[in-house]
Design a protein around this ligand. Structure first.
Ligand SMILES: Cc1ncc(COP(=O)(O)O)c(C=O)c1O
Length: 470
């Protein structure tokens, strides 16, 4: 039983109502009566009654008091069984939903750090957002945010891109609800159902799903684990297929962590000119570079062909749902789509993040985070090299959050998903990163989280599990 008096009172009434000791429509004791009879404060009684009202057990009638509500019986949900014990792994979208439901897209052990301290940078960020909320003025809550998003945030982002060699004005950047949203708006604005979009293979499953839902055709272009999308392969594909757009992650793409060299970037833009392509750049991992600042592809874009998309999900917090798009000639269309789609963003989050960046909190956080990620990557590489008995090849990215593993051909990582799950682990099998039947023997492993003993043991038992099934 809780220590709080209002909780005790709430529990007492809820049990009595549920047991039928109070009839529907019956009046409960007045606040004053309860205070007197039980020696409680008015605030305690009001708090308990408010909570009972919010639970739908009682209702307040103005000037009459509190009354027991008629309880509607909730229709029984059809039984779906325990989702964790569904025998066969169905489709890739179902697997992605399962991974997201476990909050585990980037973690082998999603519950392992629940008790960890909140990092200093996030404490600082939370303070900035809370301050922005406290500074809410007048009837501001009755107005939507400006369509592009709050200006101080667009200003800060513009300055950060300036530092990375990419120039545009504050008015040319629009805030979105994350990078996935920015990619969605970009594809919506530039492509129509049936259009062909070239993507990296292996590539981000979120993009494959977006393309599928928009009725676009995906053309998978091979991508190397070091240098990203293969420009020769793209050039050949462009001769053969009427490609409308190319969606790339030049900096530390997922799942491989590849970094596209300058020559490949220049070639991509030349191909875009030659074939009149739209390039959609996913810049979400670029701030997580271990070897210094990386310019976006957009910095080389002299013919307004690149739509730059990004977010703070990987570098700061996934919960903020805060991203952006710099869309050049497509901006008006994208802003219109954003308006239709979400009307406006969350002003307080945007203002709080703007203040956090402006006060230097973001740079401090990034400096710590990069060092930590680099050390976690090194530990992962060392464990794979020295402690996994299984022969494995993997990428060694200089930024981002993950490695791409190639295991012996006999291993089927998708088939291992339920077994890993039964052992308390969530894996991201290679098959998620393609629209075809590929990468059966591959796996994305993240180094986003600290390798304390529990996670380390999980990784070792994953190696054994994969070896046993291979
Ligand atoms: C390459 C890439 N782009 C976009 C996203 C989606 O990002 P956001 O959380 O900002 O919507 C992810 C998330 O995993 C990603 O890996």
């Amino acid at each position: 039983m809780s220590e709080f008096l209002y909780i005790k009172l709430e529990q007492m009434f809820s049990e009595e109502i549920e047991a039928g000791r109070w009839a529907a429509g019956e009046r409960l004791p007045s606040v004053r009566e309860l205070c007197r009879e039980r020696d409680l404060s008015k605030a305690t009684v009001l708090h308990a009654y408010s909570r009972l009202e919010a639970r739908g057990l009682i209702e307040a009638r103005p000037k009459a008091g509190y009354f027991v509500r008629r309880q509607e019986s909730t229709p029984a949900m059809p039984s779906t069984g325990d989702p964790d014990t569904v025998p066969a792994l169905v489709t890739v979208p179902a697997l992605i939903r399962d991974i997201m439901r476990k909050g585990a897209a980037f973690d082998l052990l999603p519950n392992a750090d629940r008790r960890a301290d909140v990092p200093a940078g996030i404490v600082e960020l939370n303070r900035s957002v809370a301050r922005a909320l406290r500074h809410q003025r007048g009837l501001q809550h009755q107005y939507y945010d400006e369509p592009l998003g709050v200006q101080p945030l667009r200003d800060q982002l513009m300055r950060r891109y300036q530092r990375r060699g990419c120039l545009f004005s504050t008015e040319q950047i629009s805030i979105t609800a994350g990078c996935q949203h920015a990619l969605f708006l970009s594809l919506m604005a530039t492509c129509q159902a049936g259009d062909v979009v070239a993507v990296e293979s292996p590539g981000f499953y979120g993009v494959i799903q977006l393309a599928e839902s928009l009725g676009l055709k995906i053309l998978e272009i091979p991508a190397s684990t070091d240098t990203g999308m293969d420009m020769d392969a793209l050039a050949s594909a462009l001769i053969e297929w009427p490609v409308k757009a190319v969606l790339v992650t030049p900096a530390f793409s997922t799942p491989t962590g590849s970094l596209m060299p300058q020559a490949a970037r220049a070639r991509l833009l030349a191909l875009a000119d030659q074939y009149d392509l739209v390039i959609i750049e996913d810049d979400i991992y670029a701030e997580l570079s271990f070897t210094g600042s990386v310019s976006p592809l957009k910095a080389l874009d002299h013919n307004d062909r690149v739509i730059l998309c990004g977010s703070v999900s990987k570098s700061l917090s996934r919960d903020l749902r805060l991203g952006w798009v710099v869309a050049g000639r497509w901006q008006e269309r994208i802003d219109q789509l954003k308006l239709i789609n979400m009307l406006a963003g969350n002003r307080f989050i945007e203002q709080g993040v703007a203040d956090f960046i402006c006060d230097g909190g973001y740079d401090r956080h990034l400096r710590r985070q990069r060092l930590q990620l680099q050390s976690q990557r090194d530990q992962l590489v060392e464990m794979l090299q020295q402690e996994w008995a299984l022969p494995v090849r993997f990428s060694q990215p200089e930024g981002g959050l993950c490695l791409w593993l190639e295991l012996p051909d006999t291993v089927d990582t998708l088939a291992c998903y339920p077994q890993a799950q039964a052992a308390g682990m969530v894996i991201t099998p290679g098959g998620l990163f393609t629209s075809q039947a590929r990468y059966k023997n591959c796996l994305r492993l993240s180094f986003a989280h600290p390798w304390h003993s529990t996670r380390r043991e999980a990784l070792l038992s994953l190696g054994q599990l994969l070896m046993a099934t291979g």
